[in-house]
Design a binder for this molecule. Structure first.
Ligand code: HEC
Length: 116
């Protein structure tokens, strides 16, 4: 009897481990921030100024450059995030287009407003 319970529990754990990623859809702003820190900050710096070890070596874009960012079209920036640009890798397989869009509107554009 005890054995059976344990087996059942193990199946539930297994099932939970294989839940498809799409169940974790529509990330909150908090998740986006975590994703920025995880996937982007290594080159662009936490504040978008590229002042990271990798960012200083790369021709890392200063995302927080307000004047520059204001002149960029959303569609072009999204294109760069999803398909990569120069030394920047493509994020097509790591984020969906609507996530990239939220990253742009909720993380990147506000960053630029903070730094001069
Ligand atoms: C390996 C380093 C690296 C990582 C990681 C990285 N970037 Fe970049 N990024 C760059 C470089 C270098 C450029 C400048 C590309 C150029 O203009 O040639 C750039 C440019 C950009 C641009 C401007 C694109 C344009 O059209 O001029 C945006 C927006 C951007 N990155 C967003 C992001 C986001 C969002 C992430 C995380 C999901 C990210 N980057 C991760 C290196 C990186």
């Amino acid at each position: 009897m005890r054995m059976l319970n344990w087996k059942k529990r193990r199946w539930i754990l297994l099932a939970m481990g294989t839940l498809p990623g799409w169940l974790a859809a529509s990330p909150s702003v908090h998740d986006l921030e975590a994703q920025y820190r995880f996937s982007c900050a290594q080159c662009h710096g936490l504040d978008g100024t590229s002042m990271s070890p990798a960012g200083e070596k790369l021709p890392g874009r200063v995302l927080a450059d307000r004047k520059w960012l204001a002149e960029q079209k959303d569609a072009d920036l999204l294109q760069s995030i999803l398909n990569g640009k120069g030394a920047m890798p493509s994020f097509k397989h790591k984020m969906r287009p609507e996530e990239a869009k939220r990253m742009l509107m909720e993380i990147l554009r506000p960053l630029a407003r903070r730094v001069r």
